[in-house]
Design a protein around this ligand. Structure first.
Ligand SMILES: *[C@@H]1O[C@H](CO)[C@@H](O)[C@H](O)[C@H]1NC(C)=O
Ligand SMILES: *[C@@H]1O[C@H](CO)[C@@H](O)[C@H](O)[C@H]1NC(C)=O
Ligand SMILES: *[C@@H]1O[C@H](CO)[C@@H](O)[C@H](O)[C@H]1NC(C)=O
Ligand SMILES: *[C@@H]1O[C@H](CO)[C@@H](O)[C@H](O)[C@H]1NC(C)=O
Ligand SMILES: *[C@@H]1O[C@H](CO)[C@@H](O)[C@H](O)[C@H]1NC(C)=O
Length: 416
């Protein structure tokens, strides 16, 4: 197993970056020297090999210098090789779910930790724990949703815990369950919570008791998940991440009236699909958070799984990100991204300029789609027992999901 490097040197040290003019000068100097060397002293093949990364580098640097986070669209881009970028913490030390602690579980390859997301029009800064906690000083950041919301909150806690002390305020007694967790970062008085609500809306059945069959899920579109709705007034930032359970299906009620179902062919009722229930859940959340203190609602888009056939079972054997153009977004993935965009836009329009609720989209579908290599796979269990099971949905911690929080940090830092 490769040794885990200590957390990267810039974590918690905002002064690490040189001022931009100095950077530009240095970069310019190096680039000129390198160009001169290549032009006068290299065979043509080397010139090509050197030029394309070089042009890419100049382009990225130029884009970085010329556009700040205000104008950046982080949703489009590509993964670029960046040794060590994702080696930020030891997931065992921050109590991440064991199934996502790939290094502990013996995953032998570590190349999946050597990539950084390069948005199309700017540079995405690495996660800065000190800056994140300063921005959120005294505030309550809540993640609400399914196991991808849980994956992201654990990433955030680990990114912060690598540099700052924290305590676990509450944790469900069964470690495998994790329906409600809360952490406290005393240096900045920041609270971070996770609320299990895989439909966002109120739901019974498997959503409440994992031993029940999937077909038992019943969702009430006129109400939000009890626990998070009860605490909503205390939240300053709410990140909603859901989608997989809606795609799987449920029976839907509006109060006591059954209004439809998805994936219940046996019921003689209206087909409701997943799009309308997701829209209704977003709208109800916006309504719930629109009064009271000023706050930010972040709609995190769908993070796709990467199961593919491996022998006679399904797994995720790839060892590198997809290259641009190697894989296309599925229609349903595009649709789910579109729903988040449209509902955020509609909420902004309804709220108007004086609204206390800011609604943003954390668009991670494309960057997640490009990372078939970042899942635990068979290393969801320690030493990968060959029982044929793989996790190709959640991401290893550390891993690509840390990038979700790099983007979240930019969203929360951005001026209104
Ligand atoms: C992570 O931390 C645990 C507990 O402190 C330790 O046993 C383990 O060796 C560490 N892993 C790595 C890869 O450093
Ligand atoms: C340079 O960056 C721009 C803006 O992101 C992009 O459209 C263009 O394709 C890039 N050019 C090269 C050569 O990578
Ligand atoms: C969950 O469902 C199982 C299977 O029906 C049942 O035995 C168990 O008591 C339920 N647990 C709770 C907490 O309701
Ligand atoms: C739910 O019922 C209420 C009250 O009858 C109604 O106003 C609302 O439009 C219904 N919502 C849906 C999604 O059916
Ligand atoms: C399904 O519902 C419709 C409308 O309520 C009814 O006319 C029809 O008989 C039902 N079909 C069955 C198989 O129950």
């Amino acid at each position: 197993m490769g040794a885990l490097k200590p957390s990267s040197p810039n974590v918690g040290k905002p002064g690490y970056f040189l001022p931009k003019p100095v950077c530009a000068w240095l970069a310019g100097g190096f680039v000129s020297l390198a160009l001169l060397h290549v032009l006068c002293c290299s065979p043509p093949a080397t010139q090509n090999a050197v030029f394309s990364p070089l042009i890419q580098y100049i382009n990225d640097t130029y884009n970085f210098v010329s556009s700040g986070p205000e104008s950046c669209d982080y949703s489009e881009g590509r993964w670029v090789w960046s040794p060590g970028h994702a080696r930020r913490y030891n997931a065992t030390e921050c109590n991440a779910k064991w199934g996502h602690d790939c290094i502990r579980n013996g995953r032998p390859d570590t190349g999946y930790l050597d990539w950084r997301w390069q948005p199309a029009g700017c540079r995405l800064p690495a996660f800065d724990a000190a800056a994140f906690l300063s921005t959120m000083r005294g505030k309550h950041v809540a993640f609400v949703g399914d196991s991808m919301a849980r994956n992201q909150v654990q990433s955030l806690v680990c990114l912060l815990a690598a540099s700052f002390p924290h305590t676990v305020v509450y944790r469900d007694p069964e470690l495998w369950k994790i329906y409600f967790w809360r952490w406290w970062f005393p240096t900045h008085e920041v609270t971070i919570s996770f609320y299990w609500a895989p439909f966002i809306s109120k739901a019974t059945g498997k959503a409440e008791n994992d031993s029940l069959p999937q077909a038992s899920n019943t969702v009430y579109v006129d109400a939000l998940g009890d626990r998070w709705a009860a605490d909503a007034d205390t939240m300053d930032v709410v990140v909603l991440a859901a989608g997989h359970w809606l795609l799987n299906g449920a029976v839907y009620y509006n109060g006591s009236e059954m209004i439809g179902a998805h994936n219940h062919d046996e019921l003689n009722t209206t087909y409701i699909g997943y799009a309308l229930p997701l829209r209704l859940a977003y709208r109800k959340s916006v309504e719930r958070l629109s009064s009271g203190r000023p706050r930010t609602l972040v709609l995190a888009t769908f993070s796709p799984s990467h199961f593919e056939r491996v022998g006679d079972s399904y797994g995720c054997p790839r060892k590198a990100p997809y290259r641009e153009g190697e894989v296309a977004m599925r229609d349903v993935e595009k649709e789910l991204v579109g729903i988040a965009m449209e509902e955020a836009e509609a909420a902004r329009a309804r709220g108007g300029p004086g609204s206390t609720l800011r609604v943003e989209v954390l668009s991670v579908t494309k960057l997640a789609k490009m990372r078939p290599d970042g899942h635990p796979g068979v290393y969801m269990y320690r030493d990968a027992p060959s029982n044929g099971k793989s996790d190709c949905l959640h991401f290893c911690l550390p891993g690509p999901v840390d990038t979700f929080n790099e983007i979240l940090q930019q969203i929360l830092t951005k001026r209104r």
